[in-house]
Design a protein around this ligand. Structure first.
Ligand SMILES: [Zn+2]
Length: 350
């Protein structure tokens, strides 16, 4: 399995699809979109990898690039944050131009002490500035192995609101993956990237707009406005061990058809959807979310995600596989759900 972004790029170039560089990330990795040309009027954008600690969508997108059979015009943006696909050791080594190995919190503390400047510490959350980026981590996983980066993001948002992270305005903040029990994620083997806006808002790479975001994200917004996709599928990972979808509004007839296409494909392979009850339990107290039916969550629309950004051009969904399942199963969920949605779109467009 591919471990670094360089391997990923090499793999995709070997597939021989048409390939368009979009922008370089802050470490010089090339973010690209690859196209599998079809004869349909509508364009489909399949995106993944906005959050480095959610690798299943990236692998699913790569597999789909290689073997999806469809007459639709498909655009793949398999990795929105190349830095995040890599391990923390790799990223810090590139940043500091020395060999760095981080396998434990002890190692991480050492690196921060040797190369960083501490700018914030409260409870079990620590924030450093190393060169031109921030680095934030928490030892929370000792008490809650599924707290993940949500916990750090929440604490940083509060600190930023209180003016404690002003030094990081306009900078990216690296958060090492902190899901020790999640297959393919673990500790320190991926990086979740945040960004502190000029207004002191802490946003992830899935806050998609053209301004006040890192250039990696602005490039995605520009791509969407240029393609105007009939369908956008953004692959993420989240709660539990099953599959679910975030919608931006109550699905109309055509959108329902796409969702049912995805869900039927999953059911055929005995892959389950999160039930309404399970979603209520797992996402309790997390903003205004409405659980419309099994596997379908209506997000409040307050978060400007890629899916919301793309919804002005066509149907768009955020697909989620549960990080508690095996990586292989999660990849399969995304792959089948995308294939099902594409088949349904083919029928809608006919
Ligand atoms: Zn995500």
């Amino acid at each position: 399995m591919l471990k670094t972004y360089e391997e990923l790029e090499e793999y995709v170039k070997g597939l021989g699809l048409s390939y368009e560089p979009l922008c370089e990330d802050w470490l010089g990795h090339e973010i690209f979109v690859a196209r599998k040309k079809g004869d349909s009027e509508g364009k489909v954008l399949i995106a993944a990898g906005a959050h480095g600690d959610e690798p299943a969508g990236v692998y699913a997108a790569l597999e789909l690039m290689a073997d999806a059979k469809s007459n639709l015009d498909l655009y793949f943006l398999p990795c929105r944050d190349p830095v995040g696909f890599n391990s923390l050791s790799y990223v810090l080594s590139r940043l500091l131009q020395v060999e760095i190995y981080v396998f434990s919190f002890g190692d991480l503390k050492g690196v921060c002490k040797d190369y960083g400047e501490r700018i914030y510490a409260e409870w079990d959350v620590y924030v450093y500035r190393i060169g031109d980026v921030g680095l934030a981590y928490s030892t929370r996983c000792y008490h809650d192995p599924w707290a993940g980066e949500n916990y750090v993001t929440e604490k940083l948002s509060k600190a930023a609101k209180a003016g404690l992270l002003d030094e990081l305005k306009g900078k990216r903040v690296l958060v090492p993956a902190m899901l020790p029990l999640s297959d393919g994620v673990g500790l320190f083997s991926r990086v979740y990237s945040l960004y502190v806006t000029s207004d002191g808002e802490v946003v992830s790479y899935n806050t998609v707009r053209r301004e006040n975001v890192p250039k990696e994200v602005a490039a995605v917004a520009e791509l969407v406005d240029r393609l105007k996709p009939t369908l956008t599928l953004d692959l993420h990972e989240g709660f539990g061990e099953k599959f679910y979808v975030f919608v931006n509004s109550k699905p109309g007839a055509a959108e329902r058809k796409l969702l049912m296409g995805a869900f039927n494909r999953l059911r055929e392979s005995k892959l389950e959807l999160l039930s309404v009850e399970e979603m209520e339990k797992l996402m309790r107290g997390m903003g205004d979310r409405e659980f419309l039916e099994d596997g379908v969550v209506l997000s409040s629309g307050e978060k400007p995600t890629l899916s919301l950004y793309a919804s002005k051009h066509g149907a768009s969904f955020t697909f989620e596989s549960g990080l508690m399942a095996d990586l292989e199963k999660r990849i399969k969920m995304h792959k089948l759900a995308v294939i099902g949605a594409l088949e349904a779109l083919g029928e809608v467009l006919e």
